[in-house]
Write a protein that binds this ligand. Structure first.
Ligand code: SAH
Length: 419
């Protein structure tokens, strides 16, 4: 979502103010830092990075802080780093060209509705288009700061999403990546009293766009993975067979304390149904260890889910208390216990990956090539999200080809094109 927000800012600044991108901070007239506040570490990093950029920048260059940490810290950022010229919250991206001209502006209005704002167009990849389908988040997960930084959940009208898809395809993208905090809760609150449809119906409409070959989306919420959704996912050939199922914890007790709305059994049931209906699916997950009150037994439940579902990809975190959240005041699990649990979880996941990787050897998959890599390689992803490299050059970019996997490792596989 931050990548898409950055693309929107780049597009607005280019169209209205004539700015162009540079990777060299010493040449920049404007330095934008787009921030995350989900965990504490990136917030600390912001202030050290600001210090670095302040030293590197041209004397008259401006610095702007955007994104979730901007929403959450607001004018505090200018207090701590007085050379910052403006602060722009995650919910106020469309105001970028305006704050640029108002020194010390702090625009962090949380109720601001820019869900139908017609942003100018910029895409960092010509092959894949990120498309927002909703903004904000209505969940109340007790660990999570996102609803406080991105505001209430508002779904973007389906006809706008379909039109954006069509335009991306006309401009050469074969793949769209639909974005929202709870994509499969789509339609709960639509901006401007528009027609209400659910995510499954939205997927059908997007997939009807001619020339579009692949649809990905993130993040779906396990609670809203009903049969209709899983069946459409399995049956629709344009939907890539890669599903993110953020577990957070395998313990039903902890899930309740997190206010996730599902149990261990529901999660396992949904993962089983998914693997039954779409046998090639790869499932990724997010797990938080050491949420306040997590006992050894609770953690064993998480290990149990890991062992049963055998995720193809794991994003795992030690719980980090966040301001403005319900869990902030709860007594924390001993830090060393948390670190040990995280290490155990990751080690077991690595073992599972090693056990599973040979399954891919010799398989033939369809790969969409998106990036040139060192050593004469071109990299792309299979439908079910395997990272695959083949020997080749530019002509492959933007094409889809059948590839036989000839070498496998935990994170990347090598292949050769067979058709
Ligand atoms: N809406 C998404 C979450 C986006 S945040 C969802 O429900 O899946 C991405 C991930 O960061 C979360 O899934 C969670 O695993 C992690 N996270 C969020 N808050 C956290 C916290 N306080 N401490 C540690 N990890 C956290």
């Amino acid at each position: 979502m931050n990548v898409r927000d950055s693309e929107h800012m780049i597009a607005e600044l280019n169209a209205h103010e004539g700015y162009e991108l540079t990777d060299d901070a010493t040449l920049a007239d404007l330095i934008l830092i787009n921030t995350c506040s989900v965990r504490e570490k990136p917030v600390h990093k912001l202030f050290s990075e600001l210090g670095v950029f302040n030293k590197l920048k041209k004397a008259d260059a401006k610095i702007g802080v955007c994104g979730c940490t901007a929403s959450h810290l607001g004018k505090e950022i200018i207090k701590r780093a007085p050379y910052v010229n403006f602060v722009l919250g995650a919910r106020n991206v469309s105001k970028i060209a305006d704050v640029l001209h108002r020194d010390k502006a702090v625009e962090i209005e949380i109720d601001y509705d820019e869900s139908q704002f017609a942003f100018k167009d910029f895409r960092s990849s010509p092959y894949k288009a990120y498309i927002n389908i909703s903004i904000g988040c209505d969940k109340q997960c007790t660990f999570c700061i996102v609803p406080k930084t991105r505001g209430d959940e508002i779904s973007i009208p389906a006809d706008l999403i379909v039109a954006e898809t069509r335009k991306a395809v006309e401009n050469g993208a074969k793949e769209v990546f639909l974005l929202g905090q709870n994509v499969n809760n789509y339609g709960r609150r639509l901006s401007g009293g528009n027609e209400k449809i659910n995510f499954t119906e939205l997927l059908r409409r997007v997939s009807a766009v001619e020339g579009l070959e692949r649809i990905r989306f993130t993040s779906p919420h396990p609670l809203h993975m009903d049969d209709e959704f899983i069946e459409e996912f399995a049956r629709n050939p344009k939907i890539c067979k890669s599903m993110h199922m953020p577990l957070q914890s395998g313990s039903s007790e902890i899930l309740k304390a997190m206010k996730r709305g599902y149990t261990k059994e529901w999660f396992l049931n949904r993962a089983r149904k998914l693997r039954e209906m779409a046998p090639d699916v790869s499932i990724s997950t997010d797990i938080i260890v050491a949420f306040p009150g997590e006992s050894d037994e609770d953690f064993e439940d998480t290990m149990d889910v890991l062992n049963q579902v055998r995720f193809e990809q794991l994003f795992s975190f030690k719980y980090s208390p966040r301001p403005l959240t319900e869990a902030e005041k709860l007594e924390e699990v001993d830090s060393e216990i948390g670190s040990n649990r995280l290490a155990r979880l990751q080690a077991r996941h690595d073992e599972i990956l090693d056990e599973m990787k040979s399954v891919n050897l010799g398989k033939v998959v369809e790969v969409y090539f998106e990036e040139l890599r060192d050593g004469g390689y071109v990299a792309g992803r299979s439908d079910n999200n395997l990272g695959i490299k083949v020997k080749g050059s530019e002509e492959l970019l933007g094409t889809i080809a059948k590839v036989k996997i000839i070498e496998v490792s935990r994170n990347v596989q090598y292949g050769e094109i067979i058709a």
